[in-house]
Design a protein around this ligand. Structure first.
Ligand code: AVI
Length: 322
């Protein structure tokens, strides 16, 4: 544990294993169909682009969820209870947690994130603005089994997992992750989780094919990252962004599609692309309220309460282990 100048701020670096970007990329591009993990979107530029996405007029999830937290924060606080320990998974931007902290007033806030320096910065800023709050930032990979520092293990616990990030996991992985969260918070704990709702495919299509092309840049930035970090030679002009709603599987799929035949070298390995061939880069599952309740039940959690906006774009569930 590293103490900083602020007496209420503690940083626990659990030294998450660095992702093996090189072997994951090579293995993913050798698969049929080719795929790359969305976790690799978030280099510095990718995080900036995602931030820009959250402010786009077409990308409704972020502002709708923030609005739900603002409107129903007191109700949510009643469900979660004050004075306990609040974990946040994948803290990223701190706008949402700031809204919730005002309503919830926990004793301890424990953000968990794999990105060390952004975590240190945002958690440190919250500690500075809330001297009454104990902040224990935990640098680890929440998508893997979690062993949390003893100092945050003992109290009454709840967790906040915003942004519908759960939708970026395949159903089996999502279920495992919910189970792990249930273990962390324990039988008395509660989880507040943001879940994007099923809706008209045209609305979903617009959110992932914005008119300014920011989502396209976000998707293509993955190739820029591979070129830079893995000594590769993707021709970015020869790939286009594609995002569509797969109604059968209930998910937005993002792909990078080759517009012409080409040969790409990555650190000595050679990959041939046919025109029209795609690399599958992300799934973003959408749920009806009942579908998400079913998934939660499979993970041993019951949905105690659901909030959604008047246009039924986005939902926030309060879950409890059963
Ligand atoms: C982070 N995640 C919940 C976003 C989503 O909507 O699935 C990532 C994203 N991809 C394209 N736009 C936003």
């Amino acid at each position: 544990m590293m103490e900083t100048a602020l007496p209420n701020f503690h940083f626990h670096d659990l030294h998450p294993e660095p992702e093996d970007f090189h072997s994951d990329v090579i293995a993913g591009l050798r698969q049929t169909p080719r795929q790359l993990s969305p976790k690799f979107f978030y280099d510095e530029r990718g995080s900036q682009l995602f931030d820009a996405i959250t402010r786009l007029p077409e990308y409704y999830p972020t502002r709708t969820e923030i609005d739900l937290l603002q409107r129903h924060g007191e109700d949510m606080a009643d469900m979660l209870g004050n004075d306990g320990l609040l974990f946040e998974l994948g803290s990223g931007s701190d706008t949402k947690i700031r809204v919730l902290l005002d309503a919830l007033q926990p004793q301890t806030y424990a953000p968990i994130d794999i990105s060390r320096e952004p975590l240190r910065l945002s958690a440190g800023a919250i500690a500075g603005d809330h001297p009454e709050l104990e902040v224990h930032a935990i640098c680890t990979d929440y998508s893997k089994p979690l062993a949390l520092p003893g100092v945050v293990a003992a109290k009454r616990r709840s967790a906040f997992f915003p942004g519908s990030s759960i939708g970026n996991f395949d159903p089996g992985q999502a279920c495992d992750l919910l189970r792990r969260i249930a273990n962390i918070i324990g039988p008395e704990g509660r989880l507040l989780i943001g879940v994007d709702l099923k809706k008209a495919p045209s609305r979903l299509h617009a959110a992932y094919n914005d008119s300014e092309g920011v989502t396209a840049q976000f998707n293509l930035n993955l190739l820029t990252r591979i070129n830079r970090e893995l000594d590769a030679d993707f021709d970015l002009a020869a790939f286009r962004h594609e995002a569509f709603y797969n109604a059968q599987l209930g998910r937005i799929e993002m792909h990078l599609v080759a517009t012409a035949p080409q040969r790409v070298r990555i650190d000595g390995c050679c990959f041939e692309f046919q025109a029209g061939e795609s690399i599958h880069t992300e799934n973003s599952y959408k749920f009806s309220v009942e579908e998400f309740q079913t998934l939660a039940a499979q993970a041993g959690m019951a949905s105690l309460r659901v909030w959604q906006d008047d246009d039924a774009l986005f939902s926030v569930h309060c879950l409890q282990p059963v």
